[in-house]
Design a protein around this ligand. Structure first.
Ligand code: GRF
Length: 189
């Protein structure tokens, strides 16, 4: 069975979407562990409910990024995953970590990359008067939000949209494309 480790920091609605599609048989894989760098991440509860091993590794206890990433890599290695799925993992991974797991890490970013790398993507799309916005699932490379795209989901920017209303629309498309992108990667492996 294709093994997935999910890394997250917060709500975990994308994790939930992935769990749901695995349950429906639309993703031929198993989530072997969920790891959070925050103890209060709701994604941990979602993993627990689904019977998935969940681990907290708090970055605040480490002196630097490399030390945290080394511990993280050790835990991940113990699960021997085929794919590492970043689902709202709010930490930049060191080059060493990304290189170690080359072509094995994917992320979802809330913009139509290469547009709007980094933060505040919804605000920037509204301020620029874009008619379309969306999300991109991509492979992770050392340069932030720059790896090869696997799948994109497009949503309209509507008149009167606020950052919140647009973020919600993007979130809904994320829940559709992230599971699809994972199955696509599995099919190519
Ligand atoms: C999503 O908007 C994703 O694009 C970004 O982090 C958010 C995670 O949301 N990388 P959730 O924790 O899956 O609900």
């Amino acid at each position: 069975m294709f093994k997935i480790v999910v890394l997250l920091s917060g709500e975990g609605s994308n994790l939930q979407a992935i769990i749901n599609q695995i349950d429906l048989g639309n993703i031929e894989a198993e989530i072997v562990a969920v790891i959070s760098n925050r103890a209060d991440a709701n994604g941990l509860n979602r993993a627990e409910k689904a019977g998935i091993p969940n681990i907290v590794l708090e970055h605040i206890h480490f002196s630097d990024r490399e030390a945290f990433d080394q511990s993280l890599a050790q835990i991940i290695d113990s699960y021997e995953p085929d794919l590492i799925v970043l689902a709202g993992f709010m930490r930049i991974l060191s080059d060493g970590f990304v290189e170690k797991f080359q072509n094995k890490i994917i992320n979802i970013h809330p913009s139509l990359l290469p547009k709007y790398k980094g933060l505040h993507t919804h605000k920037r799309a509204i301020e620029n008067g874009d008619e379309e916005h969306g999300a991109t699932v991509h492979f992770v490379v050392p340069t932030l939000d720059s790896g090869e795209a696997i799948l994109q989901g497009v949503v309209p920017v509507k008149k009167g949209d606020t950052e919140e209303s647009l973020a919600q629309r993007v979130h809904e498309i994320e829940h559709i494309i992230y599971p699809q992108a994972i199955q696509k990667v599995i099919g190519q492996t």
